[in-house]
Design a binder for this molecule. Structure first.
Ligand code: NAD
Ligand code: TYD
Length: 356
C-alpha cells in the first residue's frame, strides 16, 4: 500500500518520536505530519535530527479538537493515521483518571470521527486508507506466574484507569471498522525501553537516580514481571504492520523477554556503575522498597507469534545489549535529561513519593 500523507499522533513522545524518525528517513516520498499537544511528555528535542527534513511537518494540536483534526486531514489529504498520542503513565492515571479518559478515549474518538467524515467525502472513500491504533498489553489485565501469555484472543480485563481508557479506545477503533467499514488495525505491545523515554517510567527514572545516587523506589517486593521490548524494534514492527498488516486484525508485539522488576534494577545498577567506573556494588544500597502501586498488575507477557509468523517481524536486540545501549544513551545525553526534569517534574515527584 502506498501512502502520501500520514498523520502520526504523539510523535513528540517516547515511542512516537522513534516512529516519526523511522518514517521520515525511510520514506522521503511520504509527507509525515506529527500531531502533538506537547504535554509534559512531549518534547520536540526528541526530533532535532529530522525537524528540517522536507517531508516532515509538526502541528501542535490536541487530538480532542475534532474540528482541527478534520481540517488538517482535509488540508493534507491524509490517507494514513498512526495513532500513538495518549496519556501513558499508570501512576498518573491513578491520581487523575479524567485526563486519561479525555485524551485516550475522547481523543481517539475525535480522530476516528474526523477520519470517517473526511474519507467518506472522497470518491474512493476508504480505498487505500488506514487507521492504525497503537495500544498496550495492559488492556488484557494481569497474568499469574504460570507461564501463560497474552494472545490476540485473550479477553480484555483492564485494571488501572490507564489500561481501562486504552481498552475503551481499542473498542472504539474496532467499532468504527465493524460499523462504518473503516480500515483499522490495532496492535498491543509490551513495555518499551530505550532513548527519549520520559524519566517517570522505571528504566529512565532509575538510570537517572543511580547516576545521581538518589533512592530507587521499588514498588512492593519488586516481584512484578514485565515483558520488555527495545523501542526501535517496536517502531520497526509498526512500519511492517502499517504497510503489510491485514485490515481489522489485531497483532500482539513483544520480545518474549520477561523480567522481574528487582532483577532489572540490579542490572541497571551494575551497568551504570560499570560505565561510570564506580566499584561493583557501590550503589546497591539505593534500592528502597516502597508502598506498592494500587492495583499493581502482577505479570505481563506477550505471545507475538502471530506477528512473527504472518509478517516476519522479529526483535533484533537481546535485553542486555539493549540495556547497555540505553544506559549509555542516558549517560551521554544528560542535557536532554536536565531539560525534561526541570520545573514541574520535580514538584510531581515530590508529591508522588511523599509518605512512601
Ligand atoms: P508518551 O507519554 O511518551 O508520549 C505521548 C505523546 O502524546 C506525548 O508527546 C504527548 O505530548 C502526546 N499527547 C498527549 N496527549 C495529547 C493530546 N490530547 N493531543 C495530542 N497529543 C497528545 O507515551 P509513549 O510511551 O510514547 O506511548 C505512546 C503510545 O504507545 C501510547 O498510546 C501508549 O499507550 C502506547 N504504548 C506504550 C508502551 C510503553 O511501554 N511506553 C507500551 C505499549 C503501548
Ligand atoms: P512503568 O515503567 O511505570 O510501566 P508499567 O506500569 O506501564 O508497566 O513500571 C514498570 C514496572 O516497574 C511496574 O511493575 C511498576 C514498577 N515501578 C517501580 O517499582 N518503581 C517505580 O518508581 C516505577 C516508575 C515503576
Amino acid at each position: 500500500m502506498n501512502h502520501k500523507a500520514i498523520i502520526i499522533t504523539g510523535g513528540a513522545g517516547f515511542i512516537g518520536s522513534h516512529v516519526v524518525r523511522l518514517f521520515v528517513n525511510k520514506y522521503p516520498e511520504y509527507k509525515i505530519i506529527n500531531v502533538d499537544k506537547l504535554t509534559y511528555a512531549g518534547n520536540l528535542a526528541n526530533l532535532k535530527d529530522i525537524e528540517q527534513k522536507p517531508n516532515y511537518r509538526f502541528v501542535k494540536a490536541d487530538i480532542c479538537d475534532f474540528e482541527a483534526m478534520l481540517s488538517l486531514m482535509q488540508e493534507e489529504k491524509v490517507d494514513g493515521i498512526i495513532h500513538l498520542a495518549a496519556e501513558s503513565h499508570v501512576d498518573r492515571s491513578i491520581k487523575d483518571p479524567f485526563t486519561f479518559a479525555r485524551t485516550n478515549v475522547m481523543g481517539t474518538l475525535s480522530l476516528l470521527q474526523a477520519a470517517k467524515i473526511y474519507w467518506e467525502s472522497l470518491p474512493e472513500k476508504y480505498e487505500g486508507k488506514r487507521f492504525y491504533h497503537i495500544s498496550t498489553d495492559e488492556v488484557y489485565g494481569a497474568l499469574k506466574m504460570d507461564g501463560s501469555l497474552f494472545t490476540e484472543e485473550t479477553k480484555y480485563q483492564p485494571h488501572s484507569p490507564y489500561s481501562a481508557a486504552k481498552a475503551s479506545s481499542d473498542h472504539f477503533v474496532r467499532a468504527f471498522h465493524d460499523t462504518y467499514g473503516m480500515p483499522t488495525i490495532v496492535t498491543n505491545c509490551s513495555n518499551n525501553y530505550g532513548p527519549y523515554q520520559f524519566p517517570e517510567k522505571l528504566i529512565p527514572l532509575f538510570i537517572n537516580n543511580i547516576r545521581h545516587r538518589k533512592p530507587l523506589p521499588v514498588y512492593g517486593k519488586g516481584e512484578n514481571v514485565r515483558d520488555w521490548l527495545f523501542v526501535e524494534d517496536h517502531a520497526r514492527a509498526i512500519d511492517i504492520i502499517f504497510h503489510k498488516g491485514k485490515t481489522a486484525e489485531t497483532y500482539n508485539i513483544g520480545g518474549f523477554n520477561e523480567w522481574k522488576n528487582i532483577d532489572i534494577v540490579k542490572l541497571l545498577i551494575s551497568t551504570v556503575d560499570r560505565l561510570l567506573g564506580r566499584p561493583e556494588g557501590a550503589d546497591d544500597d539505593l534500592i528502597t522498597y516502597v508502598t506498592d502501586r494500587a492495583g499493581h498488575d502482577l505479570r505481563y507477557a506477550i505471545d507475538s507469534r502471530k506477528l512473527q509468523r504472518e509478517l516476519g517481524w522479529e526483535p533484533s536486540l537481546q535485553f542486555e545489549e539493549g540495556i547497555e545501549k540505553t544506559v549509555r544513551w542516558y549517560l551521554d545525553n544528560q542535557d536532554w535529561m536536565d531539560n525534561v526534569t526541570s520545573g514541574d517534574y520535580q514538584r510531581y515527584y515530590d508529591d508522588m513519593y511523599k509518605g512512601r
